[in-house]
Design a protein around this ligand. Structure first.
Ligand code: ZN
Length: 199
C-alpha cells in the first residue's frame, strides 16, 4: 500500500539516492519541497539543471569550471611550473581560500583504492601525465588526503613521476589522518604546504 501520493514517493526515492541522505532525510526534504512556494521550487530545479548543463572539466587541470579553461589555468600570474595534485575540486577550493598558493592544480576526481576497485585508470591520472610531458613542470606537490586511499595514490604518483626528473613532494602530515582537506582550517593547510617533504 502507498502511504503517500506516488509523486511524493518518487521524490523521496530520488533524494534517497543522493550521498549522505538516509531514508528519514529524504522524507523530510520531499515534504519540505511540497510545502515550498512554486516559484522557489522552479528556481531550485532550474539551478540544478543549469549547473549540470554548464559545469565542465577544465581542459588543463580537470577542475570543475564554467569555461573550457578554468580561471586558475588561464591566469598568467600563477606559477605554471608548480602543480598541486588534489583529489577533488573542494580540496582545490580549500587551498585557494588561503590565498597563499601561487601555483596551479591538477584535480584527480578520486583516489586509488584497491579495496573499492578504483584503479589509476578510474581517476584523472592520464591527464596529469600528459601535462608533465607537454608542459615545463618543476615540481609536483601531492596534496591527496592522508587517508589510506590518499597515501596509496601519493605513492603511486611519486613512483610514476620521479623517473621523469621532476621534483615530487608530499604535503606535511599535519593534516589529520583520514581528514578531508576541505574541513581543515587555513593555518593547518598552509603549514602542511610549507612543511612538505620531497618524496
Ligand atoms: Zn584548470
Amino acid at each position: 500500500m502507498e502511504y503517500y501520493s506516488s509523486h511524493i514517493t518518487k521524490l523521496i526515492e530520488q533524494f534517497a539516492h543522493l550521498p549522505g541522505i538516509g531514508a528519514k532525510s529524504a522524507q523530510r526534504l520531499a515534504f519540505h519541497i511540497i510545502n515550498m512556494p512554486r516559484e522557489q521550487v522552479k528556481t531550485l530545479t532550474d539551478t540544478i539543471s543549469q549547473a549540470r548543463e554548464n559545469v565542465r572539466y577544465c581542459k588543463i587541470c580537470c577542475t570543475l569550471t564554467d569555461q573550457e579553461i578554468c580561471p586558475i589555468c588561464a591566469n598568467d600570474r600563477r606559477d605554471h611550473t608548480t602543480i598541486m595534485v588534489v583529489e577533488n575540486t573542494r580540496d582545490l577550493a580549500a587551498y585557494e581560500k588561503t590565498g597563499k598558493y601561487e601555483g596551479v592544480y591538477h584535480v584527480l576526481h578520486g583516489a586509488i583504492s584497491p579495496m573499492l576497485g578504483i584503479g589509476p585508470d578510474d581517476i584523472r591520472l592520464k591527464e596529469l601525465m600528459q601535462r608533465l610531458q607537454t608542459e615545463d613542470i618543476r615540481e609536483v606537490i601531492i596534496a591527496t588526503n592522508s587517508s589510506l586511499e590518499g597515501e596509496t595514490t601519493a605513492m603511486y604518483l611519486s613512483k610514476l613521476i620521479k623517473p621523469a626528473g621532476i621534483r615530487v613532494s608530499r604535503i606535511a602530515s599535519g593534516v589529520p589522518v583520514g581528514g578531508d582537506l576541505e574541513y581543515i582550517d587555513e593555518v593547518t593547510l598552509l603549514r602542511a604546504l610549507d612543511g612538505r617533504t620531497e618524496l
